[in-house]
Design a protein around this ligand. Sequence first.
Ligand code: ATP
Length: 245
Amino acid sequence: MTPVLDVQDLTVYYGKRRALEGVSLTVGRGEIVTLLGANGAGKSTTLRAVSGLVRPERGRIVYEGRDITQAPADAIVAAGVGHVPEGREIFPEFTVLENLLVGGHTVRRSQVGERVDAAFELFPVLGRRQSQLAGTLSGGEQQMLAIGRALMPRPRLLLLDEPSLGLAPLLSREIFRVIQRINDSGVAVLLVEQNARRALALAARGYVLETGRLVVAGPSAALAADPRVRTAYLGLDRARGGAAG
Ligand code: ATP
């Protein structure tokens, strides 16, 4: 079956600095795939390239069979790719509702109401705070708003960049539960996460980036058992053995 996302041989530079080299990965329809790696490995750059925010030097990005490598970012959103950037990037001076409406600016007017209701159904706290300025929300609520906003155009692929970053464990668990729910509704997810343990528990497959190159790829269970992943990302001592969990 055609993957929802097919990235081939992606190379990205920032000026003279190479951030990605020859990265190839796929996300299947309705699949959750995680992208792991240390700070600066190129995870965010991969997501940015897919959503058209940085232009690759080389390579090809195909979404639902369509080449989007050179497509403008707004066309990629309209095609069905949602992106929740690291740090959320909500509009702090806008209300919760206004932030959702910005996310839904491409949505047909007759459908905006039901999309907003769907966001409030997924995140009831946002419904209760819909008139509140987004900048006054807690970190967890801002993350929920960023996800709700990205879902407004009903993407079929959601790119999530470190959704649990800086969140207390309880909220972080809540965010992971919501990602599962979003995926249950048929949305494929490419998840960048510092919490490799949680990410591998949620994802079917994963890729590991090191300084811009893919070094390991495979089903989550195989990655969780891989000595390189265990020591570097799961904080487990390979000499001690035992199950990764
Ligand atoms: P982090 O978890 O820290 O966000 P990452 O794996 O997402 O890390 P990227 O943000 O993709 O990594 O960065 C990859 C490389 O590109 C790093 O060396 C980074 O310093 C560099 N880089 C990222 N953004 C820019 C930019 N706008 N200009 C120049 N260099 C950049």
